[in-house]
Design a protein around this ligand. Structure first.
Ligand code: TXA
Ligand code: MG
Length: 350
């Protein structure tokens, strides 16, 4: 199939282009589109055959459920039941935005979407293209990140093209995404509510409205096999580059020291290593080292925004090892560290 790549203004999307994309969704086919977090691969959430195509295009295991995207808060009532009062508060405060909420599902949502679970993940994305596309399609849109299974989520249309060209009908190219890591997944079917995946909305912000919220995921497992089965997607080693990624965790000073040590060790072995550093730390590495700068430690949102692009850049055929600096877990640091840990073959604590 020939994938149509359509450039579209992210702030004032052209109505005719949105309608073309919406027609594809209505016909039960797939469209990749930008959200504020990462690009999604969308299908009509109420059409099982369409939803199955998502799994096929991505090579995604059928036991990993999808997020259903809506364009207005009221649409939540069409797909979920037993909606607790906290949901109203969170949706009012954080939707549209990088927060996915888990509820008990209505029958209308098929087991293909929820991987057989009786719960459904729902989010209202904060992006004009996504919202208008969902509205024009006239149906909730099931959409995982628009990458091949096991690869980093796409934050630019180029990433989607690399992974899915020829496998889907259309890619709406609305430029780079703003946040760069996926939404925070919060389970409201349990008490206290738990965060199954840290993401674009920080724990600190959620806590202001939901003080009892807990983090519930594996922090340190480089292979996700210890992760809770509550969060099916977290079982898989994800966001994974082909090169071996070594994550270094500790104070900034010790992290730099360790990265320098490992770099020269690998060089002696004749191995090609790349360092993922930051604006503040890049200058401490030898001139001969290939250093990629993810962003600034003083503005962690810049690291989140660039993270997946940098991992994709580091992961070139000739690169054998990626040495990645760690971050502290405040704010978006939690999501960044979660993704780095899940991409890592090894974690060096210093
Ligand atoms: O920012 C995002 O969330 C992006 C954009 C496109 O919206 N989407 C995204 O989808 O990251 P995906 O499929 O790559 O990740 C969805 C995560 C997975 O970890 C999945 O296991 C979890 O949400 N999930 C979905 N439904 C669930 C459910 N009913 N119970 C528990 N976890 C669920
Ligand atoms: Mg994904």
């Amino acid at each position: 199939m020939e994938t149509k790549i359509v450039k579209i203004n992210p702030l004032r999307p052209d109505g005719a282009k949105i309608r073309r994309a919406a027609e594809i969704i209505k016909r039960g086919r797939l469209v990749a589109f930008p959200t504020e977090t990462v690009y999604g691969l969308g299908a009509d959430a109420l059409n099982r055959r369409a939803v199955k195509k998502i799994f096929r295009a991505k090579g995604r295991p059928a036991d990993d459920p999808l997020i259903v995207h809506i364009a207005s808060r009221e649409d939540l009532f069409k797909i979920a039941v037993n909606i607790p009062p906290e949901a109203g508060i969170l949706a009012k405060k954080f939707w549209p935005g990088p927060l996915t909420l888990i509820f008990k599902k209505r029958k209308i949502v098929s087991g293909e979407v929820t991987a057989g679970l009786n719960t459904v993940a729902v989010r209202m994305p904060d992006h004009a293209i996504a919202l208008r596309l969902i509205k024009a399609a006239g149906t909730p849109v099931a959409a995982p990140s628009a990458n091949l299974f096991g690869k980093s989520s796409p934050t630019r249309a180029e990433h989607v093209i690399k992974d899915l060209d020829g496998k889907i009908e259309m890619i709406l190219d609305g430029g780079p995404t703003k946040i760069g890591v996926e939404s925070t997944v919060l389970d409201l079917t349990v008490s206290p509510p738990v965060i199954l995946r840290p993401g674009g909305l920080t724990l600190e912000k959620i806590k202001k409205f939901l003080p009892e919220v807990k983090l519930f995921f594996s922090n340190s497992a480089p292979s996700a096999k210890h992760s809770p089965s509550k969060s099916p997607g977290m079982r898989y080693r994800h966001y994974a580059p082909g090169a071996r990624l070594i994550l270094i965790e500790g104070t900034v000073e010790k992290t730099i020291k360790k990265a320098r040590e490992l770099f020269s060790q690998y060089r002696k072995q004749g191995k090609n290593a790349v360092i993922i550093a930051t604006k503040e730390t890049a200058k401490f590495y030898p001139a001969a080292a290939r250093v990629l700068t993810a962003g600034s430690r003083k503005k962690i949102s810049t690291v989140a925004k660039n993270l997946y692009k940098i991992i994709r850049e580091a992961d070139k055929a000739e690169v054998e090892v990626i040495l990645a600096e760690g971050f502290n877990r405040q704010g978006l640091g939690e999501a960044i560290m979660n993704r780095l840990e899940r991409a890592a073959s090894k974690i060096e604590k210093v």
